[in-house]
Design a protein around this ligand. Sequence first.
Ligand code: FES
Length: 121
Amino acid sequence: MLIRRVCRRDQLADGGRAVTFSVSRPGRALPAFVVAYDESVHAYVNVCPHRGTPLDWQPGEVFDESGLYLICATHGALFEPDSGRCIAGPCQGAHLQRIPVDVVGEHVVLQHDVLSDYADQ
Ligand code: FES
């Protein structure tokens, strides 16, 4: 089975700093991040649906102060960490683009069935 390790699971604390990584689709590189929330891991393309900027104001800083929502540093849109849905801000109702990940042993990995869409850089 093809898998791509993204990071160790213990690098992610609930509501804490994300691990950033990159994925590519044909002809296009995409920044991405993975976070832990409610004891699960969630990964998204690091592109805000409002204006297309990265969410983080510093690498991996994507949670708001409460640790309950992802926040876009540009205009403050708030997103549910587990669904990627914007619940407040200029792109309310839009979604971050999810990247399916799993925890395998001690690592967070890209699911093998998305590797054809999301390939190693
Ligand atoms: S670019 Fe993210 S809220 Fe405007």
